[in-house]
Design a protein around this ligand. Sequence first.
Ligand code: ATP
Ligand code: MG
Length: 493
Amino acid sequence: MQRAQGTAARPIEYVPVPTSSLTPDRRARIDAALDANPFLAELGALFETADHELALVGGPVRDAVLGRPGNDWDFTTSAVPDDIERIAGRWADAMWDVGREFGTIGLRKGTHQLEITTYRSDDYDAASRKPEVRFGDSIQGDLARRDFAVNAMAIRLPSREFVDLFGGLDDIDRQIIRTPVTPEQSFSDDPLRMMRAARFVAQLGFTASPDVLAAMTEMASRIDIVSAERVRDELNKLLVSAHPVAGLRLLVGTGLAEHVLPELPALILERDEHHRHKDVYEHSLTVLEQAIALEDRLGAQPDLVIRLAALLHDIGKPRTRRFQDGGTVTFHHHDVVGAKLTRKRMRALRYSNEVIDQVAQLVELHLRFHGYGSGEWTDSAVRRYVRDAGDQLERLHILTRADSTTRNQKKAARLQRTYDELEERIAVLAEQEELGSIRPDLDGAQIMAILGIPPGPEVGEAYRFLLDLRMDRGPLSEADATEALQSFWAARD
Ligand code: ATP
Ligand code: MG
């Protein structure tokens, strides 16, 4: 491929790693995964016949080794996009252009989604906003350009030869995130990889290697050249993962959060010497964990909105903190201020208006329950709570419950009971309101017209008759209701 002008290619610096053997256990697990998906061998055979190399690479290889369920099938190949289309076009059920200039063609085979990408060259360039793409001629070079050793393993097809040039298997054993080349070189080439390191720490429960940690800390500000959308996508994956708190601590600890989500490290308020308030940063992380523990109320999937709301619910606190004379501290209106800051940050990260509205609404309402005391709200206050929460009510229940992080067990139990009561009242009211909103099938004007009577108590009598009928029999057609009304009227003495 053509080399971009003016960018000097540097040789890559390979990090020496011990070679690890593929244990029989792992080999068996991988073979089972391949056997379960015979389309892989078919595709491999097509490329081999066309004298091209094909290998499964990245996420699916890592996940097969870990025994984690994967969802997409990524391949790397010596073939360029035109050849990929020629080789696999007839075999695939559908084919599309994911990014021809990046060498990627998408395919569907049955229910499987596949992405096949031409080998990337292993040249590294000086930092640039958009990662430079040049096609390469070997799988070695392609793997060296990948983000982390655990993502730089491949399985050649159809031979099933396992390729692990950078110690990916060792890293899986030691549960670490490490770059194939030096982290400085890798993160200069694409600073998004620093966010990805935090994302994989969160997804896999691994830790960043010391050199990755040092480079992230040193180079954190480089993230500023990456587009907000790419940063947001990695942040989302981190948040909906199994261990988001570990990923967030890494972002904050390395200083990356200062650039992508500064409101989070800002929660680490210098403690006032009298300890008049709890540590807002640790509290927020605990609330996030507690919200996750309650998340199954929303369904089986991780919920990005409740996680964002839990993490951000107190970001109005640093700005609103006031020390009072009597030795107390207040955070007046931190809910409203927090909702504003939430909108601002989420807009900068290019979240959709829908998600921004939902998260900001939850942040704004997170304190409302505190006015409930030990149950003093009138029915109308309960109704207003429900109306203001709208379709976020279930999430608000989770957020409010998760926001209690007191270590005083009695107090915690009391708060929980009080919230149970509130939910109970909401349920009872909701049922009554639904009944209350039922109307007869004919209204007063229709009754007067049908019976030929003026306004008066008889209209009310007829109305109540129709309402009872509606309760007993469910909705009636206008004709049936009219007939029933007339016989009721005729039978009356
Ligand atoms: P998942 O799809 O489960 O989120 P993944 O490992 O497949 O995880 P993707 O973002 O789909 O991650 O990327 C696919 C593969 O492409 C990665 O495994 C990695 O090898 C490589 N890759 C992706 N983004 C980068 C990047 N910014 N720099 C280097 N390599 C990358
Ligand atoms: Mg993937």
